[in-house]
Every structure is written in C-alpha cells, then in structure tokens.
Design a protein around this ligand. Structure first.
Ligand code: FE2
Ligand code: FE2
Length: 359
C-alpha cells in the first residue's frame, strides 16, 4: 500500500512539474491520486540564489531575471498548492536596494506565502538593514503540521574582517567573490547559537526538525567559502533529535550529506551553477562522498544545472524533487535502511547519468 502511495506521488510530481506543457491533463485526476495523503505529509517549494544584478536605472541582467521569473511561474502552477515557498538567499548580487526591491517585486507574483532566508549577497552592503526593514527577520522559527522549522542567518562573519574595509561596496565586493583569498568564512555566531538552544529546548526530540540556512551547516571547501566555521556547534544542538534535515543554498549544485542524525541537502540556483570543488584539485576538499555529482556535459552552458525544488515531507523526512531546467530531473530522499540520503535513480555507479547532449 505504501509503495503504491509513493508511486502515485511520484507520478503526480512529474505531472506537476510539467503542468505548463501538460495543460490537457485534467487536474481532478491528478488530485485524486494525491487524495490518500494525511496532514503530516505536505509539500513546499524552494527557490534560491537568483543573484538579480542591477546594471543602471531600471536595467538588470536579463538572464538572472528570467531564472527567478520562471521559478515563480512554475511554483504558481503547482497543484495541489505548496503550503509555502522557501526563498534560500542571494536574491541580490551586490545587496543593492534596487536589486532587493526588484526581487521583492518578482516574488510578489508568487501565489504562496514565502519563508525568507538571507544570503551573503543580500547582507554585506548594508549589513542586513534593507532585508530586516522590508523583507524578513534574519532568524526565526515556526511550526508547520508537526514539523519544527528553524531559519538561521548562517552568513555572518568575524568583526575584524567586517571592519577592515573602507566602504560598504568594498566589503560587499570581497564577500561576493567566490575564489577570494581575502574572503572570510561564514559563522552563525554566539547570539544565534544561544537563541537556537533556547528555541529547541521546547521541542520534543521526536518532532522532525528542518533547518533552513543559506550556507551549508557543515564544511565542504574553504577556498570557495562552502564553509560555516561554527557548524559543529549548530550540529551539536541538533544531535538529540530523531529526524533532522538541513536545507541550504549558496553552493548552486546538488550536494547531499549525512552527519550522524543530520541530513543535508543543497538547493539549486535559478541563476548559474558552480562547478564541484574537486575541479579545483590543487586544494583538499570535503565534498560528501555520497553525493552523485550533476553530469554537466558542457560546463560553459550557463543554464545547465539551474532550477528549483519541490519538497515532500513524508513521515518527517524530506523527499527532494529537483526541477532542473536544462538537465534531467533528480529525486534525493532519505533511505531508512542506509541511514542517509540517496538519489532514487542514480545512486548506483552503474546507473549514473550518461553525458547530456547539447545542440
Ligand atoms: Fe549564491
Ligand atoms: Fe551565497
């Protein structure tokens, strides 16, 4: 019975993702196959890393605008509706009010409530002032259908680094660059860690916990700042819980990992993909061994490996349906027997994705 239920959902999600092209599918039929869900199982969407870039006046880099517009439009076509949409950070490229305002205008087209996570590109020009005034708190928690959600501002850094720059633009520019020897690792910081400890103290260890952050709450590759310096302190607070999932942006690629009881999944960017750190082989990295890399036949094809995610919550675990616009969709979910996330189709080496064809 359970197997049948899952198959129906998968089939549904495939249809939902193709809703534009499959306008002839009667929606009532789709809804019937969804009908056996209960309240603890729900759906939300995740859009991240749009990097809207201001040129001058009312001009913005069109390609990045198009990515966010497409994700918003596809979310609006989801049926049944997602309970909410998470925005995972890096809405702007250089934190400019024009960029954040432009992003807000585009996101206002969404027909669903939004849970906001801040990224470093949104923060380091004005140190989060615009974000807090016009968009959202920087960190907060909420409960939804039996799941405890925590939003963290994981892109803080050390005061000494912040104070060394002559102008806000210089500070922003140095934090925005990927491969910057003058960069600084992210931290969550003591204030938030104390808040998190207090917040979690009222939550039963049997309650599923989902943490939404921008940077990964583990260490992957320091030269690119795929790195949160005090991640272990956050992990320690999450350790007593039975089911914990961290969903993060920032890395612009599929990455998944398991550390003890904590499952980590990275979300896609709507703007551009980053390569995987092993492509920079001069330096050691800690890219999770369980991740099956995205197969990008042409790393210079900028739209390859961009997209967004539909997330199903089933029994407190996340089933992540990557909607990849110029690549084959993938599904990553927690495997009870293995105790870690796996790619449903491509985890076995013999089943890995053949090279993409580009014309
Ligand atoms: Fe980003
Ligand atoms: Fe980022």
């Amino acid at each position: 019975m359970k197997g049948k239920k899952r198959m129906n959902r998968r089939r549904f999600l495939k249809q939902a993702g193709c809703a534009l092209a499959a306008a002839s599918i009667p929606m009532s039929v789709v809804e019937l196959s969804w009908g056996d869900s209960d309240d603890r199982n729900f759906t939300f969407a995740h859009i991240s890393d749009s990097h809207l870039t201001h040129i001058e006046g009312d001009r913005f880099v069109r390609n990045f605008d198009q990515g966010l517009k497409r994700a918003v439009m596809e979310c609006n076509f989801m049926s049944p509706k997602p309970d909410f949409v998470v925005y995972g950070g890096d809405l702007a490229q250089l934190g400019k009010p024009e960029e954040l305002d432009h992003g807000l205008e585009m996101m206002s087209m969404l027909r669903h409530p939004v849970k906001w996570v801040i990224g470093e590109h949104d923060y380091y020009l004005d140190m989060g002032r615009f974000w807090q005034e016009k968009i959202s708190k920087l960190y907060y928690s909420f409960d939804h259908k039996g799941v405890h959600f925590v939003v963290l501002n994981s892109i803080l850094t050390y005061d000494a680094w912040i104070k060394q720059w002559a102008t806000p633009e210089e500070r922003m520019g140095n934090m925005a660059r990927l491969d910057n020897p003058n960069g600084s690792p992210f931290i969550v910081g003591e204030e938030q860690i104390a808040w998190l400890q207090k917040d979690l103290s009222g939550v039963s260890h049997k309650t599923p916990v989902i943490v939404l952050s921008h940077s990964p709450l583990y260490k992957i590759f320091k030269p690119w700042n795929f790195w949160t310096d005090d991640a272990e302190k956050v992990q320690a607070l999450l350790r007593p819980f039975d089911k914990v999932t961290v969903l993060h942006g920032h890395v612009h690629q599929i990455l998944y990992h398991q550390i003890g009881n904590i499952t980590f999944q990275a979300m896609m960017s709507t703007a551009w993909p980053w390569p995987y750190p092993p492509s920079y082989i001069q330096k050691p990295h800690q890219v999770p061994k369980i991740t099956v890399f995205m197969n990008r036949a042409d790393p210079f094809h900028e739209r390859d490996a961009t997209g967004w995610s539909i997330l199903n919550l089933e029994d407190g675990r996340v089933i992540n349906h990557f909607k990849l616009w110029e690549n084959r969709d993938r599904v990553v979910r927690y495997d009870d027997k293995l105790g870690c996330p796996v790619d449903l189709e491509y985890q076995e080496p013999s089943k890995r994705i053949p090279p993409q064809e580009h014309y």
